[in-house]
Design a protein around this ligand. Sequence first.
Ligand SMILES: [Zn+2]
Length: 77
Amino acid sequence: MKCGICKAEMEEKNVTYTEDNDQSVIVIRHVPAKVCTECGNTWYSGTVAKELEKIMDSFMASVFAEVSVISYAKSVA
Ligand SMILES: [Zn+2]
């Protein structure tokens, strides 16, 4: 697929997704995504985006650490 911003080719990569809110920073590693080779634009498939949301929700509710590092593969499996 092509990048929605600059139309360059996108490649499949595992990326690190970071969510930063007032209370805490959640880092999810090894998230499958497509990344633009030109501008670095990152795109998540619908399935991955949903899983990320689920992981966020459960962590927001249960974890009060300032920084949480999660592995995507382990959370989904
Ligand atoms: Zn691009």
